[in-house]
Write a protein that binds this ligand. Structure first.
Ligand code: URA
Length: 186
């Protein structure tokens, strides 16, 4: 599938009941040719209203954090595990993730990233390991299907608990190193 076909098909998605309450489906944003892909959990209120991932308070913090290592949206592609907002921002249910994950798989096939950074536990458990423990394993790198994968705390968690920010800063430096490594491969 090509981008246009994928985006048009996804826009009509009714694979789970989250579609019934959405203002906008939040497909993805950023550079479709990037080596780095970021994957969050699911849209929040602002994302649902605007149709763009990570534009609310968590997104603003994410932008600030990535700016520290000189990254902005032209440097990565960003999407979520589920494309429609769960009510009251609850965790997406396993069945909702299952229904939606095919869209993300197609996005990964088209972007062909060298690195996937999961934002938070939900994405890490879905993409890295179902038993992933974010507190213990954040910042560690594993390779799956030729793609380097890691996770950091979700920016919403960093808004709630600032004490986690120094560890995340270290993880971002590690991301910068990994990006340099894959850029040297070409
Ligand atoms: N949180 C997420 O996981 N994704 C978004 O797009 C916004 C907030």
């Amino acid at each position: 599938m090509e981008w246009k076909e994928l985006e048009e098909a996804c826009a009509k998605c009714d694979r789970c009941s989250l579609c019934q309450r959405r203002t906008h489906l939040v497909f993805g944003d950023g550079n479709r040719q990037a080596k780095l892909m970021l994957v969050g959990e699911g849209p929040g209120e602002q994302e649902d209203l605007q149709g763009i991932p990570f534009v609310g308070p968590a997104g603003k913090l994410l932008d600030q954090m990535l700016a520290i290592i000189d990254l902005d949206r032209k440097d990565y592609y960003i999407a979520n595990i589920v494309k429609c907002r769960p009510p009251q921002n609850r965790d997406p249910l396993a069945a909702e993730q299952e229904a939606c994950i095919g869209w993300l798989r197609e996005q990964v096939k088209l972007v062909r990233p060298k690195i996937i950074l999961c934002l938070g536990r939900i994405a890490a458990q879905r993409l890295i390991d179902p038993s992933y423990r974010i507190t213990r394993e954040h910042g560690q790198w594993v390779q799956k299907g030729g793609i380097w994968m890691s996770a950091i705390y979700h920016p919403s968690a960093l808004l709630r608990d600032e004490s986690k920010r120094p560890e995340t800063f270290d993880d971002l430096l590690s991301l910068r190193d990994k990006l340099r490594e894959v850029q040297q491969e070409n």
